[in-house]
Design a protein around this ligand. Structure first.
Ligand SMILES: [Zn+2]
Length: 239
């Protein structure tokens, strides 16, 4: 460390019970930020005005702000297991309502990731726990598009289900009353579907980008799903 952290608790002194090492990390981070920019925190206190909302998986390998290189205050985030958007989930809906009606974000990205454990468990039939009920929403995606999974090995099917789940959850965002109302009153709001690669840190656009109430959302969903399925087949086919 180059900064003066002699007054701060170190990882070696930390009592793991009270997470002293994390408080030490926190103090160093706070000092580093204010050393670089003395007004950094006072600006954050003054206002929260993010242009983007991220709906992603809870997976610890998918840190929203880091992936798109945005600072605190620039990204409004909601995360859950397998980045699912359910019409009765008050947590997700409340976050969406606040993002759209109060913060007036302009872009909502549903971001899944390859290698998602929740999606894999769905493919394998579940874990015999509470999460299985939550993952039924991902299983619905699998059942809805089952024809595209015929003949795929598990790894390829896993990648494809991660992608199709993103498209379906982004579609669910488009169907919420908050998004529909925003579009109806002419508010700028674009919904996106992305899938992030843990192996290389690269995010991919699932080509499901909706910037207003479409005449036929289902047709756009079908087209996006068919595109991902076709790309999967191409990747599988030996050249
Ligand atoms: Zn995940």
């Amino acid at each position: 460390m180059t900064d003066d952290s002699s007054q701060l608790p170190s990882a070696g002194d930390a009592d793991d019970t009270y997470l002293g090492h994390l408080f030490a990390n926190n103090r160093r981070w706070s000092k580093r930020m204010t050393d670089r920019d003395p007004e950094y925190f006072s600006r954050l206190v003054a206002q929260q005005k993010p242009r983007y909302m991220w709906i992603g998986c809870a997976d610890s390998r998918v840190p929203a702000n880091d992936i798109v290189d945005l600072a605190p205050g620039e990204l409004f985030v909601h995360r859950n297991v397998a980045n699912v958007v359910v019409h009765t989930d008050m947590n997700c809906l409340s976050t969406l309502e606040y993002a759209i009606d109060v913060l007036k974000v302009e872009h909502i990205m549903v971001v899944g990731h390859y290698g998602c454990g929740g999606v894999l468990q769905t493919l394998r039939g579940g874990m015999d726990g509470l999460a299985d009920n939550w993952l039924r929403h991902v299983q619905d995606v699998l059942f809805r598009h089952t024809k595209y999974f015929v003949g795929l090995d598990e790894s390829t099917a896993h990648d494809l289900l991660c992608e199709l789940n993103v498209i379906e959850q982004a579609r669910n965002v488009c169907r919420t009353t908050f998004v529909r109302e925003a579009w109806k009153r002419g508010q700028k709001l674009v919904v996106h579907g992305w899938c992030y690669g843990i192996r290389d840190g690269i995010a991919h656009d699932m080509e499901f980008t909706i910037d207003g109430q479409p005449a036929d959302l289902l047709a756009l969903r079908d087209a996006a799903v068919a595109r991902r399925a076709a790309l999967t087949r191409e990747r599988k086919t030996p050249v």
